[in-house]
Design a binder for this molecule. Structure first.
Ligand SMILES: [Zn+2]
Length: 417
C-alpha cells in the first residue's frame, strides 16, 4: 500500500519535474569521505531532486543519476578516488540527467538518500558505500547486526573476536585535573593506572585494551568517545582521582551516565544526525524518520545503561575488596565521556587525591597496580557473566561452564568449535 502510494507520488513528482526547464537543479559540489569501514559520497544540490542509484558489476561501479540536474561551473572538478572508490566520473546520461559514476575497488553495498538543508549544507544526495557483508541495516532488528560486522572480525584470527576495552585516562596536557596537597597531579596518576590496567587487560586471553590517550596530552572529551567508537569498543572505562574540599574524605566511587544525561544526548544525536556519519549499534540514523530514529536510539541507550550498571557494580565490588570505597552504590552523573549511546561506559574515581594519605598511596606503583587489578577483575567478572556473542570470551565462558561435566564424562568430545 505504502509502496504503491510512493510510486504514484514519485511518478507525479517526476511528471512535474519533466515540465520544468531542463536544469532546474544545480550540482554545486561533490564531496567524498573515506573511512576505515565505509565511504560516503555527497552531491550538494541547489534544491530537491529525484535520483536513482544503480550498482553494476564486472567492473564494480555505482551509477547515480539525478533528474534534471545541471553541473554548476564551480563543481566541474570531481574529487579524487579514495577508500572504496577508485575514481569519480561525472557525465550526462542519454536522457539528459546528471550522472555520477563511482568506480569501485571492490564489491560493496550502496544506499542513497536525500538530506534536507541544515545549518551547514543545503539539499544533498548522500551515497553510502559499505564493505560487502555490512548490511544496509534498516529497522530495529539491525541493532543486533553489530556483533556480526566484519570490522569486529578482524581483531581475531579465528572466527571469534577479542573484546575491546577502551581505557580512558582523564585529563592530560594543559589540563592537570585535581592537584593534591603535595603537588601530585591527577593526570599523571590516572595515566599510570590506565597503562597498568591496559597491560593487565592485554594479558587476558580474548581481551584487548585501547588507550584513549597514551601520553601527557589533552584529548577533548568527545574525541575520547570517538576513539572508543572507532575501535568498536565493548566497554569504556574512564579513570580519575577526585578532589574535594574536605581533605579527610577518601575512598573510590564508580559512576555511570544518569538518565538525564542520556536524554540530553539523545536529543543531540537526533538533532545532528544528518551531519553525523556515525552508526548507532551498527545502524545509521540519518536516513530514518524522527520516530524510528528516536526508537532505535532509545533501545540502544537503555541497553547500554543497563550493561553499564551491571559492569560498574562488578568493578565497585572489586574496589571494595581492594580498599576503602566511599560510596557503596554505583553513582549516576552527566559526565560527558559516558555518553556513547551504544558503548557501556563507567567512570572510576579511584581515590581522593585531596586526601593527603591517599595522595601518597596513589603515587606508589604498588597501589596503582592494586587499583588496576581490581578494575580488571571487575571487567573480567562482568564479561564472563555476560559474554557478547561471537567473542572468544563467550567460548571461554562456555568452556568454564562445561568443565565439571567434561570431568565426569571424559572423552565425550570438546565443546563445539
Ligand atoms: Zn578527573
Amino acid at each position: 500500500m505504502n509502496r504503491l502510494l510512493c510510486r504514484w507520488a514519485g511518478g507525479l513528482l517526476l511528471g512535474i519535474l519533466l515540465l520544468q526547464p531542463a536544469h532546474a537543479v544545480d550540482v554545486r559540489a561533490i564531496r567524498l569521505w573515506a573511512g576505515p569501514d565505509n565511504t560516503r559520497v555527497v552531491v550538494d544540490l541547489s534544491g530537491t531532486a529525484q535520483h536513482s542509484l544503480l550498482v553494476l558489476h564486472h567492473p564494480e561501479r555505482v551509477v547515480l543519476d539525478v533528474s534534471g540536474a545541471h553541473l554548476a561551473k564551480s563543481a566541474h572538478r570531481a574529487p579524487p578516488g579514495s577508500g572504496a572508490v577508485k575514481s569519480v566520473r561525472m557525465s550526462r546520461s542519454p536522457s539528459g540527467n546528471f550522472r555520477l559514476v563511482l568506480d569501485l575497488a571492490r564489491p560493496i553495498q550502496a544506499k542513497s538518500f536525500l538530506s534536507t538543508p541544515n545549518a551547514h549544507y543545503g539539499y544533498r544526495l548522500v551515497v553510502d558505500l559499505a564493505g560487502a557483508g555490512a548490511g544496509a541495516g534498516a529497522g530495529a532488528g539491525a541493532i543486533a547486526a553489530r556483533a556480526d560486522k566484519p570490522v569486529k572480525a578482524k581483531h581475531a584470527p579465528s572466527d571469534a573476536r577479542d573484546l575491546i576495552i577502551a581505557v580512558d585516562a582523564g585529563h592530560g596536557g594543559e589540563d592537570p585535573g585535581a592537584i593534591g596537597k603535595n603537588g601530585t597531579r591527577e593526570k599523571d596518576i590516572v595515566l599510570a593506572i590506565a597503562r597498568e590496567l591496559a597491560l593487565k587487560i592485554n594479558a587476558e586471553p580474548g581481551m584487548k585494551a585501547v588507550l584513549t590517550r597514551g601520553g601527557d596530552y589533552f584529548v577533548p572529551l568527545r574525541d575520547r568517545m570517538r576513539r572508543a567508537r572507532a575501535q568498536q569498543a565493548d566497554l569504556f572505562v574512564s579513570i580519575h582521582a577526585d578532589s574535594i574540599r574536605d581533605r579527610s574524605i577518601d575512598g573510590s566511587s564508580v559512576y555511570i551516565l544518569s538518565q538525564r544525561g542520556a536524554t540530553d544526548e539523545a536529543s543531540r544525536w537526533l538533532a545532528e544526525r544528518e551531519n553525523a556519519s556515525d552508526l548507532i549499534g551498527g545502524v545509521s540514523l540519518d536516513d530514518k524518520d524522527d520516530v524510528l530514529a528516536s526508537v532505535l536510539l532509545d533501545l540502544s541507550q537503555s541497553a547500554s545503561l543497563n550493561a553499564s550498571q551491571v559492569a560498574a557494580e562488578r568493578v565497585l565490588h572489586q574496589l571494595t575488596q581492594a580498599g576503602e570505597v566511599r560510596k557503596h552504590e554505583v553513582q549516576q552523573a552527566r559526565f560527558m565521556v559516558l555518553k556513547s549511546p551504544d558503548i557501556p561506559s563507567m567512570l572510576v574515581e579511584t581515590a581522593y587525591i585531596s586526601n593527603p594519605q591517599e595522595e601518597l598511596r596513589l603515587r606508589t606503583p604498588a597501589h596503582q597496580a592494586r587499583l588496576a587489578a581490581a578494575i580488571r577483575q571487575g571487567v573480567h567478572d562482568y564479561f564472563y557473566a555476560n559474554p557478547p556473542q561471537g567473542t572468544r570470551i563467550a567460548q571461554l565462558a562456555a568452556a568454564n561452564a562445561a568443565r565439571p561435566v567434561l570431568a565426569t564424562a571424559s572423552g565425550a568430545g570438546g565443546a563445539g568449535e
